[in-house]
Design a protein around this ligand. Structure first.
Ligand SMILES: [Zn+2]
Length: 231
């Protein structure tokens, strides 16, 4: 096997290795974080806070309404209990009752609104909680398959790294040094010759060069400098 064909093999191996490493990185990221779920969970927490506030306000209003109702009962008790006879005092009590009733009516309306807010907030929290549960279940399922894919990628990376190291030691430092230099500068260091042309820069290869490359000699493209590989 010629050096050029081994270098081509090395390039293919390096390319697979990079692909697997990218895949592994992506799988690890997807195992650790699920953006959709995080956003839904954060929204649920916000809405739960809102619901808590709405319930608190509702309880507060409930107490106010109870308190006002008790006060009205107490004043009515005095008004009709017979213990107060003074007309002026009775009139004052009557005014007190009317004032308390007006206040009660306003607070009851506010309470009704608050109940409506709490109810719709509760429905929102319920559907969000369901969404978070579904997303969590789907993610757990996905994670099972991702763990398998991750394990496979790690094995494949180990295997590719071994082949790569073996190839490099077989090829030797001079040729791998040139390969590394060309890879950094041009992406692909080794290119195939197809229909007499360098597939790196598309220029025609002189017949002499092409024949040398085909015979297994290390030949660089006269135009782009990449190592030519003839199958
Ligand atoms: Zn070229």
């Amino acid at each position: 096997m010629s050096v050029a064909s081994r270098l081509y093999q090395l390039q293919e191996t390096d390319s697979h290795l990079r692909e697997k490493l990218r895949f592994l990185k992506d799988a690890v990221a997807r195992l650790e974080h699920n953006e959709e779920l995080s956003l839904a969970a954060a929204e649920l927490a916000t809405q739960q806070d809102g619901l808590e506030q709405a319930r608190k306000q509702q309880r507060q209003l409930d107490w106010e309404v109870d308190d006002l109702t008790a006060k009205i009962l107490a004043v009515n008790g005095k008004l009709y209990g017979g213990s107060v006879q003074n007309p002026k005092e009775l009139m004052n009590l009557e005014q007190d009752v009317q004032g308390l009733k007006r206040h009660l009516k306003v607070r009851e309306e506010v309470l009704l609104d608050a109940m409506g807010v709490a109810e719709s907030s509760e429905a929102g929290v319920g559907s969000l909680r369901k969404q978070v549960e579904e997303l969590t279940a789907a993610w757990e399922h996905e994670r099972e398959s991702l763990r398998l894919q991750k394990d496979n990628a790690e094995l494949e990376i180990e295997r590719l790294t071994q082949s790569r190291n073996l190839l490099r030691s077989e090829i030797g430092p001079d040729a791998t040094g040139l390969y590394d230099q060309l890879s950094r500068a041009k992406g692909a260091a080794v290119v195939k010759v197809e229909l007499g042309r360098c597939t790196g820069c598309n220029l025609t290869i002189p017949t002499g060069q092409w024949q040398k490359a085909r015979a297994g000699e290390m030949v660089g493209c006269g135009s782009c400098g990449r190592i030519l590989y003839v199958e």
